[in-house]
Design a protein around this ligand. Sequence first.
Ligand SMILES: [Zn+2]
Length: 160
Amino acid sequence: MANSECSSSGARSFYKKKFDGSLCYCKKRTSSAKAWRDENQSRRFWCCDSHGFVDWIDKEEKNEWKKQSLLDARGVMDRQREEIRNLKQLVRTTSQQVKTEDSTALLLEEGDRIVEEKKKLETALITSVEKEKLLRQFLGLFWGVFVVIIVIMVVGILKK
Ligand SMILES: [Zn+2]
């Protein structure tokens, strides 16, 4: 009843690292494999690469290891479901981050615009200050000239 075709089990490589098990009579390490024959379907056994079946891993009653196998499968499904949920969460978080980065870029753009605006305002302010200075200078000059003219006129009148 032993299944000697280790390689016929697709699950073997999956379990190999986990359950490196009892030694074969040839002293080789065995790995876990699953039987696929009807009477022992999905019953696990230790398998030697050279000699095939060594010993059953599932020594319990037939239904027990079938149940165990189903529980294993359910565990795998649960893990996959969990993984999918985590991936979905990751996608959601990532897309939120992308959105956040977008608004950050917008804020940076806005900031740049404000800085530029401020520079323009500063330039305008400097220009107006310079204009005012010029105007004051002009006014000073004007008043100076005005005073000089008045003085000349007064002197002229007094001379008469
Ligand atoms: Zn062997």
